[in-house]
Design a protein around this ligand. Structure first.
Ligand SMILES: [Zn+2]
Length: 99
């Protein structure tokens, strides 16, 4: 639990409170910066898109029919996924929500 100072009266306020218990001033919600939001959504969309490709490749591999996907693509997918997740995850972590 974090305690912050009320922007109006400087009274200590619980970090999760919506209003100051002393003066009733509305406490601003923590927000990510523009880049923080871009990285967060890039991270989410990247993982969803890569998971979709992985599903497509898994279905293709399990279908038993003549596969059009070369074996090297599976290793490449894992490499791209890990690299992208680490980079975008790190960028998301270093741009947390702030008041
Ligand atoms: Zn206050």
């Amino acid at each position: 639990m974090t305690t912050i100072a009320c922007p109006k009266c400087n009274a200590p306020v619980n970090g999760k409170a919506h209003n100051c218990p002393n003066c009733g001033t509305e406490i601003p919600r923590p927000r990510r910066s523009l880049f923080g939001r871009i990285w967060k959504w890039a991270f989410i969309l990247f993982n969803v898109a890569t998971a979709a490709v992985a599903c497509y490749m898994a279905i293709d591999a399990l279908s038993g029919s003549q596969s059009v996907i070369p074996n090297v693509a599976y290793g490449l997918l894992v490499a791209i996924w890990m690299t992208g997740a680490i980079i975008l995850g790190a960028l998301t972590l270093i741009t947390p929500a702030v008041r």
